[in-house]
Design a protein around this ligand. Sequence first.
Ligand code: NAD
Ligand code: UFG
Length: 341
Amino acid sequence: MKVLVTGGAGYIGSHTVLSLLENNYDVVVYDNLCNSSVESLRRVEKLTGKSVKFIQGDICSKDDLTKVFNQFNIDAVIHFAALKAVGESAEIPLSYYQNNVHGTVCLLEVMQQQKVHNFIFSSSATVYGEESDVPYVETMKLGTPSSPYGASKVMVERVLADTANANKEFRGVSLRYFNPIGAHESGAIGEDPKGIPNNLLPYVAQVAVGKRDKLSIFGDDYPTQDGSCERDYLHVMDLAQGHVAALNWLNRNDEFRGVEAFNLGTGNGISVFAIVKAFEKAINKTIPFDVSPRRAGDLPAFWANASKANKELNWQATRSLEQMMADTWHWQSNNPNGYLV
Ligand code: NAD
Ligand code: UFG
């Protein structure tokens, strides 16, 4: 089976490409490299001993996408390509709607023309918005996230529902990721953010490797056990395997038409202070930090009810917090400058 992976050179995409190859799927990556390097795919090739076809292109170009579908016999699409910085999305919202919403519409139009109906979308826990109770469960209504980034994910989920209503062949899956962290156990691929990291783990790892002086913990006065925010962190390789599980689910369920959402998380909330402690333990070194004011838009605590994915996809996050920390460090210490060698 041939899978087109948009955004496949990025953090989650490259780990998923590795899992797909290990599970004997044939992969074509389509990425404009706006937030990644093709080096990630070269390393995936080394790790798996298999080759990855790579096409540099933008999902907003229907002409380029059409060429790819004409060149390869694509059976399914896994769609990672998007802009993802929550803060930046408030500064340049139109770029986020253009890239994430319009880009997805272009891709879906070309898929429809090409009669390719299997689609897996990178959604996010952010679609539950600010009002939902925790743990989040798929039966909850889509919420109203505060950021344009979050809104773009809700919009695409709506686009998918309408597409499925109109096109009776459509077979869509929305995977709602919680907080992916860590790296492949080889330490050869991992998360390589450009500039100052927005997310917690890359920031902690850069402090540990000496690239940043100290971590700022955004708020210790939340209504949580230790006052810092709690999130559902899952290992990126568990998440990668969730995509393989979703493809297998589509393959098993020939009759399925429509669109189905699945939460991918561990089901546990971990605080920022607990993450720092776990990382310190993994590297046997202290992480300097201070506590600064709350970051706008952060919710106090959320985690997944992942029982639907457990039951229907036969998928479960199995890697421990200790492994997430050790693998983050393995990647960061081996590659202090990411893919820039
Ligand atoms: P990433 O930035 O590492 O990967 C995204 C990839 O898409 C990059 O390689 C980038 O070059 C590419 N891309 C962006 N716009 C493109 C376009 N117009 N055309 C072609 N390629 C384009 O991010 P990631 O963390 O791997 O995230 C992958 C997906 O998962 C995104 O859709 C993101 O919104 C979603 N997601 C991520 C997280 C997270 O915490 N990392 C959480 C929830 C959802
Ligand atoms: N944090 C710090 N200091 C930092 C960075 C983060 O204290 O330097 C804290 C945040 O305040 C938050 C926690 O660490 O409490 C996690 O923050 P991240 O930015 O790593 O993750 P978020 O939960 O804010 O966001 C992630 C993804 C988004 C997605 C969201 C909901 O990055 O794409 O989960 O799924 F929308």
